[in-house]
Write a protein that binds this ligand. Structure first.
Ligand code: BTN
Length: 261
């Protein structure tokens, strides 16, 4: 018999029905790590947007092999299964941390700050952490699992060994808050931000796939400047990467391209 009040995962799931993330939630009292369960679910062909949430993790993990402490009945520890394209993949951890920050703002009116790249803090004390684990397959992303831990109603400071300070939302707000309400808000926001990312990824990949400049010898002129070389690719901002005859690389933001025979 749990000595804490279990998360009402069914309530969260029904609030998210039909949304991109959280339409199905697997709720478990204890796991090694929700990341492990989510990964097993991908191996079994799980749908995108599946959420695995646990009260306790015996081997909860953070970035750089740190331990993540989950306090049953108090805080939130969950993982989300996603199948992003490459564009979305490289932006996923930023997107997730913004989604969590927005949700915290909606539910509490508080504005956590970001510690690069994606920890959420109040006055230098960590309130939420994000861990993204993924697998690649030839030419793309097989799956990504976004793990999110939020200190909602309990500050785990006394149990931390990672050399950082922590806080919890209840402490910052001055009153306890509903884990269900916060989880619903985080998953709804994550779904929205993720769909935008995925949509942009499709635009990007369509553009890249039809770029007939790549692999060709080109001359690029802008103003009175000219660069010549082999068009090797485009970077994440859409700039053209040119390999000059001497082997050096030039990044070109614009210009008129002429194909050289
Ligand atoms: C970090 O700040 O280093 C990332 C912490 C991520 C913790 C979450 S809790 C849910 C999921 N399961 C884990 O084992 N880790 C992530």
């Amino acid at each position: 018999m749990a000595s804490y009040s279990p998360l009402d995962a069914a309530r969260v799931q029904s609030a998210l029905e039909g949304m991109p993330v959280g339409g199905r939630i697997i709720y478990l009292p204890e796991v090694t790590s929700t990341m492990d369960v989510a990964r097993q679910e991908t191996a079994a062909g799980s749908e995108e947007g599946l959420v695995v949430v646990a009260e306790e993790q015996t081997v909860g993990r953070g970035r750089f092999g740190r331990v993540w402490v989950s306090l049953a009945g108090q805080n939130l520890s969950f993982s989300v299964v996603l199948y992003p394209n490459r564009w979305a993949m490289s932006r996923l951890s930023v997107a997730a941390s913004v989604a969590v920050a927005r949700a915290i703002g909606q539910v509490t009116g508080l504005s956590p700050s970001h510690k690069w790249p994606n920890d959420l803090h109040f006055h230098g004390k960590k309130v939420a952490g994000i861990l993204v684990e993924s697998a690649l397959r030839q030419g793309g992303v097989q799956y990504a699992i976004v793990g999110i831990g939020v200190n909602v109603n309990a500050d785990p400071s006394e149990m931390l060994t990672g050399g950082y300070q922590a806080t919890c939302l209840a402490k910052e707000l001055g009153q306890p808050l509903s884990r269900e309400e916060l989880l619903t808000a985080v998953l709804a926001e994550l779904g929205m931000v993720y769909m935008e990312l995925k949509g942009w990824g499709e635009v990007w990949e369509e553009w890249q796939a039809s770029l007939d400049t790549l692999g060709k010898e080109v001359r690029v002129q802008w103003g009175d400047r000219v660069e010549e070389g082999r068009a090797e690719g485009v970077d994440g901002d859409g700039n053209l990467i040119l390999r000059r005859a001497d082997g050096s690389l030039a990044t070109l933001t614009g210009g008129e391209v002429t194909l050289q025979s």
